[in-house]
Design a protein around this ligand. Structure first.
Ligand SMILES: [Zn+2]
Length: 78
């Protein structure tokens, strides 16, 4: 697996995270996530983060959850 940042698919995966892709494009994005080590790690974290952000609108994030998130973020940046 390459650790080289993957720029070509950034736009596709941003739309994927936003839920703005057509069914066929979602499949394409998910295939890319399986095949690309960088995107797999990067966008898996992004999806988690967005899930937490949505939750944070209605309720505060428990301290243990935000420290888990911080640990995950520092792993992703390595
Ligand atoms: Zn990629």
């Amino acid at each position: 697996m390459s650790e080289t940042p993957c720029r070509g698919c950034e736009e596709l995966l941003e739309l994927y995270l936003d839920g703005e892709l057509a069914e066929e494009e979602v499949r394409e994005a998910e295939e890319h996530l399986d095949a690309c080590g960088f995107c797999h790690r990067h966008y898996r974290f992004e999806r988690l983060l967005r899930a937490y952000m949505r939750q944070a609108i209605s309720e505060p994030i428990p301290p243990e959850l935000s420290s888990k998130l911080a640990a995950l973020a520092s792993k992703t940046e390595q």
